[in-house]
Design a protein around this ligand. Structure first.
Ligand SMILES: [Zn+2]
Length: 153
């Protein structure tokens, strides 16, 4: 749902201008209203701009596939990097993905491995990922506790 200026302010006020997940100070412009529980968006396949007749891409139509979760109660303020990385993950899956980063970057980057051997990078693989809202004692939105609406039609 497109938020009004007043609704965006309500989402912002939930943290007083901090990213709900990493706690960074949010810029006045460019912060995201994240759906804590993902709503998923309908996508369609369209031809992309290349000259190849076989080249297509998937784009969002903007329509929510979980409209009952597209509500202010399910929205928190987030920085763009956290929101884009979280994508359609639940909070717990987002945590697991962050925890997996040390090993992924180590495998993918010889520069990381060298920097690690030289001691300028010191990963903390057993350090728990604690989100800003947890450090602050905020609960996840009550909305999350509602049961999934099952449409029997
Ligand atoms: Zn963040």
């Amino acid at each position: 749902m497109a938020l009004t200026k007043k609704q965006r302010q309500q989402v912002w006020n939930k943290s007083g201008g901090k990213c709900w997940y990493c706690g960074t100070d949010l810029p006045e412009k460019g912060w995201h209203a994240d759906h804590v529980e993902p709503i998923y968006r309908e996508t369609k396949i369209v031809k992309d701009r290349s000259d190849s007749p076989y080249s297509h891409k998937t784009v969002s139509t903007g329509a929510s596939l979980r409209p009952h979760k597209d509500k202010l109660e399910n929205m928190v303020p987030a920085c763009a990097p956290c929101n884009l990385f979280k994508a359609t993950y639940s909070v717990e899956f987002f945590r697991k993905e962050i925890e997996a980063q040390i090993e992924r970057v180590r495998k993918a980057s010889s520069g990381f491995r060298i920097a690690e051997r030289m001691g300028i990078i010191q990963p903390k693989p057993n350090m728990p990922v604690v989100f800003w809202f947890e450090q602050q004692g905020h609960e996840l939105p009550e909305f999350q506790l509602e049961q999934e609406v099952v449409n029997a039609d």
